[in-house]
Ligand binder design. Structure first.
Ligand code: TYD
Length: 207
């Protein structure tokens, strides 16, 4: 039996890591052996791409250039970690995937279309996520959380219009893939409430 591929998405401070850890614990409590990974990163190739892309001292690049590099990193992660785990019957819980590239590099409708086309080329149908969970924050709340975190990186610390663009990108992705995406408004949720909404969205995959 193949494992399930579950992706957490959301802006910095939306609680992705907390919710991913809780979902991993829930899966383990059901006798499963989930693999918890993140993008960009996880593999040696992924760490190289991460250092390149998230280097705060680097010059600005065209969003399409960034998108191509994020997909290069994603392809390695798919082949080296995600596919072997799924084929082995393990569930994969991944923080960030294609929706992040739609949200962060899809800075115009044309670029969002470009990113979605790349996704269809790079991520085979049978390796698409079973469920994407978008932990949704309104731009004001996202900015408040991002600026209160000292480690805000080069992508997050860019102000309200940027946060609004990221939210739009996430909503665009959800509209493209409604059957495998759940948008969870977490602005007013505590972690227990958010977890309950996450479980509501995925338990059908495990029954
Ligand atoms: P990270 O430190 O992993 O942040 P977080 O804890 O919020 O996930 O940084 C990842 C950064 O990379 C984040 O600012 C979003 C950005 N990013 C993109 O711009 N495009 C992408 O495709 C991905 C995967 C991430």
């Amino acid at each position: 039996m193949s494992g399930k591929f579950l992706v957490f998405e959301g802006m910095d401070g939306s609680g992705k890591t907390t919710q991913a850890q809780r979902l991993v614990a829930w899966l383990e409590s059901r006798g499963r052996h989930p693999l918890h990974i993140r993008e960009p990163g996880t593999t040696p190739a992924g760490e190289r791409f991460r250092n390149l892309l998230l280097d705060p001292t680097r010059e600005a690049w065209d969003p399409a250039t960034e998108a191509l590099l994020f997909f290069a990193s994603r392809r390695e992660l798919l082949l080296q970690e995600i596919r072997p785990a799924i084929e082995d019957g393990r569930d994969v819980v991944c923080e960030r995937f294609t929706p992040s590239t739609v949200a962060y590099q899809g800075t115009s409708p044309e670029l969002a279309t470009f990113v979605l086309a790349l996704d269809r080329l790079v991520v085979p149908n049978d390796m698409q996520p079973d469920q994407v969970l978008i932990l949704d924050l309104e731009p004001e709340e996202a900015l408040r959380r991002a600026t209160s975190r000292s480690e805000a990186d080069s992508f997050e610390a860019r102000g309200l219009p940027f946060q609004a663009q990221v939210q739009n990108g996430y909503h665009r992705y959800a509209k493209e893939r409604p059957e495998s995406t759940t948008v969870i408004p977490v602005g007013d949720c505590n972690p227990d409430e958010a977890e309950a909404l996450v479980l509501d969205a995925i338990t059908h995959l495990f029954t």
